[in-house]
Design a protein around this ligand. Structure first.
Ligand SMILES: Cc1ncc(COP(=O)(O)O)c(C=O)c1O
Length: 365
């Protein structure tokens, strides 16, 4: 069978070596006679798995010791409500930056619990760029500042980390890193809290990662449901209830695979190369393909592009599929195409895609 490349935005491609390890270990994990799915989450074997996963993640992201790592459930969507419930009090103002689809959903949910102030919005540019930080209108007393570092649907990625300090105050910086976590090194110490659904760069869906600074724990509103209180999960070391054990196991294998690649600095170089190749193919197509995102804000992970005539979309997708290039259809709210090129997408996948795109443009131009 010729190779297949999966450009899904999530759940997304996993490293082939990781899948092969899962296959090899599936029915008998390390001579235990059990599949990881069959193990007690409090048993010796799973304790080793979750501890190793956390240690490897800490190594990869160089997570300072005053941050807790939580393996949770509920997707990034749960975080949209956990944040205001845990990090703001009734009547507080919270600052949000609106850079597109996922920012808007986070904002809508936060409005149920707090006064949301939009510190900056990319709406005027149809979310094709990120407003310069110097022009942001931040609140004098926000409980936190929230942004989404990579808009998975719009394909807009922050090329900078916003300042947390404002007006002489240290305001906790909160980031939805669902679709670009682990794609490059990041200074965790600049953040109050980072969260990410696993199903793009971490592992299978069902697992949600939270990295939170310790001083932000223990301040949940009294009415917060127990399961939505970060400190409950931190105190129980992510075992308050049964966690997504298999997802944590696979994420742990992905962390080991990333370390074997040379860590995030090495992974970033490959991601830069892959993204450059794809944007170059779009920009050099004489308008056959266009990308709606302004160059400085183009995502390295999710590349949306349009064909000059959308009547060709079905033919493009059909021919791409026949060539082993899967799940290239753009999000229904945007149309066109989207190629998600997460860590696990090999350079070869982007090379095959760009050759295919050039040939398609030649024969349909
Ligand atoms: C940036 C971003 N935030 C949040 C979400 C929502 O994640 P979940 O489906 O895990 O709740 C997604 C999902 O694709 C996303 O890409």
């Amino acid at each position: 069978m010729s190779p297949v490349f999966n450009f899904s935005a999530g759940p997304a491609v996993l490293p082939r070596d990781v899948l092969l390890t899962v296959q090899e270990e599936l029915v008998d994990w390390h001579g235990s006679g059990m599949c990881v799915m069959e193990m007690s989450h409090r048993g010796r074997e799973f304790t080793q798995i979750i501890h190793e996963a956390e240690a490897d993640l800490r190594k990869l992201l160089n997570i300072p010791s005053n941050y807790r790592v939580l393996f949770m459930q509920g997707g990034a969507h749960f975080q949209f409500s956990m944040l205001p419930l845990n990090l703001s009090r009734e009547g507080d103002t919270v600052d949000y930056v609106n850079t597109g689809h996922w920012s808007k959903i986070a904002i809508k949910e936060a409005r149920r619990f707090a006064n949301v102030h939009i510190a900056a919005s990319g709406e005027d540019s149809h979310f094709s760029s990120i407003p310069a930080e110097a022009g942001w209108q931040r609140s004098a007393n926000a409980a936190y500042l929230h942004y989404c570092s990579n808009e998975t649907i719009g394909g807009v990625e922050f090329p900078f980390i916003p300042q947390s300090a404002f007006g002489g105050n240290e305001v906790p910086l909160i980031c939805d890193m669902s679709s670009n976590i682990l794609s490059r090194p990041v200074d965790v110490s600049k953040f109050g809290l980072i969260y990410a659904g696993a199903q793009k760069n971490i592992g299978p869906s069902g697992l949600t990662l939270v990295i939170v600074r310790e001083d932000l724990l223990g301040h949940a509103r009294p009415s917060t449901p127990t399961m939505l209180d970060y400190s409950v999960h931190a105190d129980a070391e992510s075992l308050y209830n049964t966690p997504p054990t298999f997802g944590i196991y696979v994420a742990g294998l992905v962390f080991k695979w990333l370390l074997e690649q040379g860590g995030l600095a090495a992974v970033e170089q490959i991601n830069i190369e892959k993204a450059a190749l794809l944007y170059e193919a779009i920009d050099a197509s004489n308008g056959f393909y266009t990308c709606p995102v302004e160059k400085p804000f183009r995502s390295r992970m999710n590349v949306p592009f349009m064909l000059h005539d959308d009547a060709l979309d079905d033919a493009f997708l059909g021919d791409a599929k026949a060539a082993g290039l899967l799940q290239l259809k753009g999000h229904r709210s945007v149309g066109g195409m989207r190629a998600s090129i997460y860590n696990a997408m090999p350079l070869e996948g982007v090379q095959v895609l760009t050759s295919f795109m050039r040939e398609f443009a030649r024969t349909h131009g």
